[in-house]
Design a protein around this ligand. Structure first.
Ligand code: FAD
Length: 353
């Protein structure tokens, strides 16, 4: 059982900033995310795109913003359960909540902050009749640990950036990489398309287009995929492999959270925005893109604001009756849970008499 003060569901920008704000109040956080990495939409959908409306950053790449948020909250030593989806929540007699993931990991906390954005991203699965039989037995929809593919034969399917980038990356790791796409044209960055072409010419990537994987062959594990190639006449053949990785993108779904008894409006969780972003269940908050209230804007800076106010209410739940006096970080400094201390040099902060 993982125990913490605030259990955050979703490690997007809102969830990551919550760790910092909670840390200032000496509250510890643990984050669960269905994706294998932190950053939410910023790292999964548009890591290389510049954002122009983050206060004090005239321009910052979404991936760099994630790195900065991770750096900022590191001192408060957040725990992470990545690559697992929060599935169920149970309220205990002592008022705490137990949240269990799809892999069975249990987390207990007096406060739950849902920062689930558009929901958990579910992989788009190809329509192959026996694909379910091979999930985690050679079929993976998300690459969590590239080392798993060292010296293995890998077939990747897809025509976007993910399929191109992973084919390039794994061409140095796997013993054989075959990239299969139903069209001759790819939808990725020109650089990536050119790199794949170069690796194909060097014999480091086998490119099969226009073609589709239409079946999987194997017993307990994937042994080969059946490929149907449609050029002048349709032909079918097998490609031997240890892993088949369909990379057809991710679609967001509110998912299991929708069944937690929370008030939902248009696929978002209703909160009390006049006060603290609490939901209809006391102790469960919803912040960032996942919530809704009159005038809601789905922007990163709004998630930051909501996280800050929500932490103040969490403090009251965890420390009933205790008064918290807001202090500027320029005055109080920041004491990390890792023993570090940041403070402004005394000469810089003039006292007001
Ligand atoms: C292309 C694009 C461009 C954008 N540009 C801007 C911009 O310029 N400025 C701006 O302010 N905003 C922009 N946005 C919006 C911005 O990215 C979102 O407002 C922001 O990501 C919301 O952060 P969040 O942490 O609330 O949610 P998200 O970033 O969506 O993160 C939520 C996380 O929760 C996880 N999750 C959900 N449910 C579960 C579950 N049950 N179990 C485990 N994990 C779960 C998800 O996997 C996800 O990682 C853009 C969005 C897109 C798609």
């Amino acid at each position: 059982m993982i125990t913490t003060d605030i259990l955050i569901i979703g490690a997007g920008p809102t969830g990551l900033f919550t760790v910092f704000e909670a840390g200032l109040l000496k509250l510890k956080c643990h984050l669960i995310d269905a994706l294998p990495q932190a950053g939410g939409q910023c790292s999964e959908i548009y890591p290389k795109k510049p954002i122009y409306d983050i206060p004090a950053y005239p321009e910052i790449l979404a991936g760099d913003l994630t790195d900065k948020l991770l750096e900022q909250c590191k001192q408060f030593e957040p725990g992470f359960t990545l690559g697992e989806r929060a599935e169920t929540i149970e309220k205990q007699d002592d008022g705490t909540f137990i949240v269990t993931t799809n892999k069975g990991t249990k987390h207990q906390a007096p406060v739950v902050a849902i920062a689930g954005g558009l929901g958990s991203f579910e992989p788009r699965k190809p329509l192959i009749h026996n694909i379910k039989d091979f999930e985690d037995k050679g079929v993976e929809y998300i690459i969590k640990n590239p080392e798993m593919y060292r010296d293995k034969k890998v077939v990747i399917a897809g025509g976007g950036d993910s399929a191109l980038d992973w084919s390039i990356f794994l061409s140095d790791v796997a013993s054989e990489v075959t990239l299969i796409h139903r069209r001759n044209e790819f939808r990725g960055h020109l650089d990536s398309v050119e790199k794949v072409q170069e690796l194909k010419n060097k014999g480091k990537i086998n490119l099969v287009t226009p073609a589709e994987v239409t079946g999987i062959v194997g017993d307990q594990k994937v042994k080969a995929v059946v490929v149907t190639q449609a050029q002048h006449i349709e032909k079918e053949f097998e490609v031997e492999c240890d892993h088949f990785i369909p990379l057809f993108g991710l679609s967001p779904k509110l998912g299991p959270i929708a069944n937690w008894g929370l008030e939902i409006e248009k696929n978002a969780i209703k909160v009390n925005n006049a006060l603290d972003y609490q939901t209809n269940i006391p102790g469960i908050f919803a912040i960032g893109d996942v919530n809704t209230y009159p005038g809601k804007l789905k922007l990163i800076l709004c998630g930051f604001h909501e996280a800050t106010l929500m932490c103040q209410a969490a403090y009251q739940i965890i420390n009933p009756g205790k008064r918290y006096v807001l202090k500027y970080t320029t005055v109080s400094g920041v004491d990390g849970f890792d023993g570090t201390r940041k403070e402004a040099p005394k000469a810089v902060v003039k006292a007001i008499q």
